[in-house]
Ligand binder design. Structure first.
Ligand code: GDP
Length: 329
């Protein structure tokens, strides 16, 4: 990887240069200590320079049509005068080495558009959890002038919560389905979603899609109202026939308008920042402690005793924490 000085990155981002944006994200994702130092300086330098934006998270099982939707919807947003960035969190690549957005040809038109930036998810170990660098990537995109940021994830594991904690609007994408199919959607995800989009509402499936919408709306009715006053909306679309994009955008835009007017939009972002900070600090503290040689040795000793039933878990915990206290005193 090529390395540059801080000014190069700062100027490049402010000049809205997509090549330098890509280099800056690579820097932020790097695990090298010197790169991380520079990345921290960079983020600190540009923190005040971001464009007002809307951050939209999209989740849905593979095959539901996320890439097709983002390709069409992204192009629609560009036609509305927006600059669109697409980032991905792909927990599955940890297992398979693959990547949902690894293949840019899946969003061929969008990826070639000068008003778009698509970041294939890094494969490997930076994904998921507190080490994820997607939040930083979102910020860098905003500094580079992108005002619609789409964060995509496949609905596996903890990734929805992770994404939900870094976006303003969380969108669940599903396909038309029977009542049984709809019941299979995890309740937690439905509650988290600000909007549900039923894709593939075309051809033979158009009627089923309309029925699914009705079923979903009545199911959602049973959920407790959200504290924000926003109730989850359901929209139909067809990424194939490029229909429904406008109503999906209207839904997101009216959410944003409502949240800005009741003060919750920026409140949510600062809450997210705080959670992010706390997660990182907690993670850092745990890591530092785990690296302490004295603690490591004691821990191994206690683990063995617990395993062999020589010491109770509570006694072992107390001993371990006493040592931590001594160390910090
Ligand atoms: P992803 O895995 O969620 O990103 O899904 P893809 O965008 O790769 O789409 C999966 C399959 O569904 C592809 O064969 C698409 O052509 C098809 N597909 C996507 N959107 C639509 C749609 O709106 N209508 C129909 N009929 N098929 C679609």
């Amino acid at each position: 990887m090529k390395r540059f000085d801080l000014k190069y990155y700062v100027d490049g981002l402010k000049a809205q240069n997509n090549v330098i944006l890509a280099q800056a994200i690579t820097l932020v994702e790097s695990k090298r200590v010197e790169d991380q130092k520079m990345a921290d300086q960079l983020l600190n330098e540009v923190i005040q320079d971001s464009t007002p934006s809307i951050r939209v998270g999209i989740t849905g099982t593979p095959g539901v049509g996320k890439s097709s939707f983002i390709e069409g919807f992204g192009t629609y947003l560009i036609d509305q005068g927006k600059k669109v960035a697409v980032l991905a969190i792909d927990p599955s690549s940890q297992r398979t080495g693959g990547s949902i957005l690894g293949d840019k040809t899946r969003m061929e038109t969008l990826s070639r558009h000068p008003m778009a930036y698509i970041r294939p998810s890094a494969s490997g170990n930076t994904l998921g959890g507190v080490n994820n660098r997607t939040r930083e990537a979102v910020l860098l995109c905003e500094v580079a002038g992108f005002d619609a940021i789409i964060v995509e994830t496949v609905g596996v594991g903890q990734s929805e919560t992770l994404v939900n904690n870094m976006v303003d609007f969380f969108l669940l994408m599903i396909q038309p389905g029977s009542g049984d199919d709809l019941q299979g959607i995890k309740k937690g995800i439905m509650e988290m979603a600000h909007g549900i989009v039923i894709n593939k509402a075309d051809g033979d499936q158009a009627k089923l899609a309309r029925q699914s919408k009705k079923d979903l709306l009545s199911a959602l009715h049973l959920f407790a109202a959200s504290e924000t006053g926003w109730s989850t909306q359901v929209e139909l679309c067809s990424a194939l026939e490029k229909t429904g994009f406008e109503s999906v955008w209207q839904m997101i835009a009216s959410f944003q308008k409502e949240m800005i007017s009741n003060g919750l939009f920026y409140q949510n972002r600062s809450d997210q920042n705080l959670t992010w900070f706390e997660d990182r600090v907690n993670f850092g503290i745990l890591q530092q402690l785990a690296d302490q040689p004295h603690l490591k040795a004691l821990r191994q000793e206690l683990e063995l005793k617990v395993k062999q039933n020589e010491l109770s878990v509570s006694k072992a915990t107390i001993e371990m924490l006493d040592r931590v206290k001594q160390l910090l005193a």
